[in-house]
Design a protein around this ligand. Structure first.
Ligand SMILES: [Mn+2]
Length: 315
């Protein structure tokens, strides 16, 4: 399948790389990494388009292109599981579509689709292709792809990290990636972002069984002078609390509440499904209609933990 995808890239006149909405480091890592690799090796007209990210601005700027570019291009989808998540809906106008991804519930959008769910990041797949096919990887590509690997693997800590992940990281370092500098940039937060993390620590709640959550209203965001993305990054302070296997950050957005839901054990995408959402077994998102629904949701999450403990205790 990789041969087929590379063949289509080599045959295309122009290429547009698209990731998912609300991009993370892996999404942008794939886009910038693959863009540089295509430019460097195949001398093609190539663009990376989608939504910008303020906290990842150090990774580079996405391209702005006209609708007419789509109708003469091949679209490469990277790190995006399903059609609803594709960051630029004009993808459907393209001459042809291919996809490289690592999500467990990836759909089959495209005429050639390569999905490897065993790896922690899609950037690792792109880097592996470059390594195996002896493609030139410049410094920008190496830094982009290593950023993707570091962010999606939680700094080589999550499931899917294997000996090959380190071989690929080593290959990227030899190509000029600088993990020390990258980690500094990844870890940097704005002053106000840290302040709102303080708010979350101060105001988080815990249910009887150990569901931990915090609500950030629009007013709170305004008070701390943070944009939605900065507020939503505060989710990570709620993880890793002893005996609290499910946590959530609930953010007011437009006329509803967006729930960012995480778990260290209980499968939670079924919980998210009940509230207009879904996602991975341990990382999901959903929506609540208003503040008064938070308590119902918390009780539901509490019940999930109770059932989980029951199953674990009877093993
Ligand atoms: Mn990813």
């Amino acid at each position: 399948m990789i041969d087929k995808i590379l063949g289509k890239i080599k045959a295309a006149n122009s290429i547009i790389i698209i990731g998912h909405v609300s991009p993370d480091g892996d999404c942008l890592g794939c886009q910038f990494g693959l863009k540089e690799i295509i430019k460097e090796n195949f001398k093609k007209e190539v663009y990376a388009v989608g939504e910008p990210s303020t906290s990842l601005a150090f990774m580079g700027c996405l391209d702005t292109i006209d609708d007419s570019v789509f109708t003469r291009s091949l679209v490469v989808l990277t790190d995006v599981a399903n059609e609803a998540r594709i960051a630029d809906k004009r993808y459907s106008k393209a001459l042809d579509i291919v996809k490289i991804d690592h999500h467990p519930y990836s759909d089959n959008t495209g005429s050639a689709v390569y999905v490897d769910t065993s790896v922690s990041s899609a950037s690792e797949i792109i880097a592996r292709i470059a390594m195996e096919y002896n493609l030139k990887v410049n410094e920008k590509a190496a830094n982009s792809l290593l950023t993707g690997i570091i962010t999606d693997s939680g700094g080589f800590r999550y499931d899917g990290v294997n000996p090959n992940t380190f071989k690929i990281a080593s290959f990227l370092m030899e190509a000029g990636a600088n993990p020390v500098e990258l980690n500094k940039k990844i870890a940097t937060v704005t002053f106000n972002e840290l302040k709102i993390k303080g708010f979350v620590i101060e105001n988080m709640k815990r249910t009887k069984e150990g569901f931990v959550y915090c609500y950030i209203s629009k007013e709170t965001r305004a008070k701390y002078n943070v944009i939605y993305e900065e507020a939503s990054n505060a989710l990570d302070v709620l993880g890793n609390i002893e005996d609290c296997p499910i946590w959530a950050l609930i953010l007011e957005i437009d006329n509803e509440l967006r729930v960012r839901l995480r778990s260290s054990g209980p499968v939670i995408n079924t919980l998210a499904n009940k509230y207009r959402g879904g996602g991975h077994p341990l990382a999901s998102g959903c929506y609540l209609n208003n503040e008064s629904e938070i308590e119902t949701f918390a009780n539901d999450a509490d019940e999930y933990i109770r059932n989980y403990k029951h199953i674990m205790n009877n093993r």
